[in-house]
Design a protein around this ligand. Sequence first.
Ligand code: ADP
Ligand code: MG
Length: 415
Amino acid sequence: MPILDLTSDASSALSIALIDPDDLRREEVAGVLRGFHGMSVRKYASFPDDLCGLPVMLEQHYDAVLIGLDSAPERAFDVVEGLCADHSTTLMVYTAQNNLELAIRFMRAGAREYLTLPLLQAELADALDRVSTHRLETPQSRKIPKKLFVFLGSKGGSGVTTLASNFAVSLAQESGDRTLLIDLGLPLGDAALNLGMTVEYSTANAFEDSSRLDSNFLRSLLAKHGSGLSVLPAPSEFSSHLATKEAIDKLLAIARQSFAYVVVDAGSRVDLMDTSIFGESAIVYLITQVGVTELRNSNRLITQFFAARGRKLQIVLNRYMPHALLFDEKQITKALTRPALWKIPDDYATARRINNRATPIALADTPISNVIRQMARTACGMSAIPEKKKGFSLFGRKKDPLPGNRSFLEVAEQE
Ligand SMILES: Nc1ncnc2c1ncn2[C@@H]1O[C@H](COP(=O)(O)OP(=O)(O)O)[C@@H](O)[C@H]1O
Ligand SMILES: [Mg+2]
């Protein structure tokens, strides 16, 4: 007999992801959840290997995530901490242990509900009620991810434009969502040039009279790439006019209203640090090569500006050649204060071919494009590598009605 009936308003049906490697426990909890009407439950039999894109995927598809702690408490803690750092996912945990310290630890990490087994229907009903109320208070948060990705170089020539423009093409293609690339490179940007696009307008038009700027005006300035990506290029003529912080903030706010994903080529512009481009919600990709100056600059950037950014700073080693380096991995990690998350191989032949023909690397099948595609897929909450190459379901895979693939095992509901 359902205690909480959510079917009265179909749009209010809750969707829950249930993650627990312990088959018995997972089924026990799924059984209790089945007692509620209007609830869709997806079960996962493992924790994800890669936490990077997980918040976006979960935020997009589920109202809440329910995690079983007991089979791997430390792994569960990493997942809870990772998801809660993003502030977007409603997280509930359950355990059979009556342990106050454990409860405090998980609540501090951000879990909204801490439930103990055996799960009482009334207790779960209260918790779900709170999730439901929270969702009604933030109705837009689940449907539209509105992510901002900012590419910053430790030095001119690090590869920011190459990576930002191809990442944006890949993101537009892989996600199928509205994606915009804004080129803030100075003095002359070359993102559009790199993508082989002829353009009419640029950021100069957007900044010229920023009081006129609204979503229609912005749309009229954009160029469209064949991949579906929209581009606001940098000016192709030198200009002494520098955009104000207010103008940049306004452009970004309008861009984020109209697009699910906004990618910014920030060149090596540390002067943008006070703008909303580097606001808390941005995911910053710091692009660096392994050289004395680049690593020194990266160290200063990370310690001065990004020390508290956690997973929202992702370090990318570009033109990486493991066997021809002046520094070993340990020295690189020390300079960067943390390990680099992405390594893009040095591929002179592809880069030259691409530069000459102005076709995006992202559309080719090369070592560079493969890593860029993995970055883009992770960014929009898909598994880094398409599902056919990895992963399996415990009971055979159920057809997934949602876009994107899970990076962890989904257990199909047995009829
Ligand atoms: N992974 C790579 N392998 C080989 N060449 C690269 C790679 N990444 C970038 N390049 C080349 O390095 C040069 C500088 O890249 P660019 O993206 O313009 O840097 P930035 O925007 O940081 O100044 C370009 O000629 C580009 O083709
Ligand atoms: Mg550039």
